[in-house]
Design a protein. Structure first.
Length: 455
């Protein structure tokens, strides 16, 4: 499963590199990427390391290679570490899943979308010939398709000189009549997307657009764009249906894989709804901090989406409680190996979702002093009062100030911080201490810790 991935805006204030990128669809599965910068750069960051994709699909000019920094991000650089202002690369369409990284392509039976994000999230420059500095990657993009190929750029009526920030867009090249639109949503869906799931997509999306607008404010400049592809073959032989993807800007992409068990169609629909609600919540949330705040981003989005599903009638109270306890069980083993602050740096990406969700549940309980899950929306609305620059540079300070403004005392704030930043030798005891501090109702059954269902 590709897990939704949201980049932090950690480059704010460090300058920008201007220029142009031209993406040309040269053949059915071939692309040409032309970079032309207005100043010399020494590297282009292409996101988390995706070695197989780069080695199999990128044809680099002589003298260039990919390197990976200590944080796990890939950089395209010259082997001699020299600077450059222009670069042409030939890229092949890549239709495999990319785990825990931005999916580079969404491939349909009537077209393909290329993700501009992994073509460059940031650049590296050398100031005064001595100091290396990362700069924002905000260039103007132009898109050239095959003969009679329709090109759809989100939030734009043009295909030339479109300003796109580092987070990027999925830009669709294909048949125009396959695109569905209404006042709220633009939908691109595989022709063979399962009929049992197809009818649910638009109505679920529309309900969540309305719901998130009401709870978190309107953020869309245009329609929400959804792109969903499907393949009958599962990611791993023997597995059943699965879905994953990622959100960026005002759109999200998903890849569904594997056969559908007709006896489990209700469960499968629920998985698709939860996926959609999660990725849409990423669009409405406000980015906070650097890479070490991913527990808050992913855990917070899981809370936003599942509380939303409960509010909209897609999930019962019993099902919501089962969701919480699944994450308690799932996270306990990993919390003995790594802290919740940086689990993805050490190979425990899922802990951001599981442990992050339970930490956010305890925070909500501490805010309300009741079992009021709706306080997750109160928390995000209060946090949004800070500027983007403050949230980026001082995330923990903004978070702690928000906790205090919502009525949490110093002991609760310090205790939550300790839980987040500590690798716990006994995670079950750490959870018990956190629950006692914040007021989460729980029971211990031998080696099992269970959150009680709300009454």
């Amino acid at each position: 499963m590709v897990v939704g991935f949201c980049y932090s805006n950690f480059l704010n204030g460090l300058g920008r590199v201007e220029g142009k990128v031209t993406i040309t669809h040269t053949d059915k599965t071939l692309w040409q990427i032309d970079y032309n910068f207005e100043q010399a750069v020494i590297g282009i960051m292409t996101g988390p390391e995706t070695k197989e994709y780069h080695e199999s699909s990128w044809n680099l000019p002589e003298g260039f290679h990919f390197v990976t920094d200590e944080s796990g991000y890939s950089w395209l650089e010259k082997i001699d570490k020299g600077s450059f202002k222009s670069l042409t690369i030939n890229v092949k369409t890549y239709d495999k899943l990319v785990l825990y990284a931005p999916q580079p392509f969404a491939v349909f039976d009537y077209g393909v979308s290329i993700n501009t994000g992994p073509l460059g999230f940031a650049t590296k420059v050398k100031l005064l010939g001595l100091i290396e500095m990362m700069h924002n990657f905000e260039l103007k993009y132009s898109f050239v398709g095959l003969e009679n190929e329709y090109i759809l750029v989100p939030n734009s009526e043009k295909t030339e000189d479109v300003l796109i920030n580092g987070q990027g867009y999925y830009v669709f090249f294909g048949e125009q009549d396959k695109i569905e639109e209404n006042e709220t949503v633009t939908l691109i869906l595989d022709s063979d997307f399962p009929n049992e799931l197809r009818e649910d997509i638009l109505s679920v999306a529309e309900k969540f657009v309305t719901f998130y607008n009401q709870e978190l404010g309107e953020v869309l400049n245009d329609r929400l764009m959804i792109q969903l592809t499907y393949t009958y073959e599962p990611r791993v032989k023997g597995e059943s249906f699965g879905i994953g993807g990622g959100a960026q800007s005002e759109q999200f992409m998903g890849i569904a894989m594997g056969p559908i068990d007709s006896a489990k169609i209700k469960e499968t629909k629920q998985r698709v709804r939860a996926f959609m609600a999660h990725e849409m919540a990423h669009i409405w949330e406000k980015s906070i901090g650097n890479d070490n705040m991913r527990w808050f981003s992913e855990g917070g989005v899981e809370m936003l989406s599942h509380v939303g599903m409960k509010r909209l009638g897609f999930m019962t109270e019993k099902e919501f409680n089962a969701f919480l306890n699944k994450y308690v069980t799932e996270s306990i083993e990993d919390l003995a190996k790594v802290s919740l602050e940086l689990p993805h740096r050490q190979g425990f990406e899922r802990l951001n979702y599981s442990g992050g969700t339970i930490a956010l549940w305890a925070i909500c309980k501490s805010i309300s002093k009741k079992n009021e899950a709706n306080d997750i929306y109160k928390l995000f609305r209060e946090l949004h009062k800070f500027s983007e620059d403050s949230l980026s540079k001082f995330p923990k300070e903004c978070l702690n100030a928000t906790f205090a403004s919502l009525g949490m005392n110093d002991d609760e704030i310090l205790g939550i911080g300790y839980f987040i930043n500590t690798k716990h030798e006994n995670p079950q005891k750490a959870y018990v201490d956190l629950f006692e501090l914040t007021g989460v109702e729980y029971e211990v059954y031998g080696d099992s810790l269970v959150i009680k269902e709300q009454k």
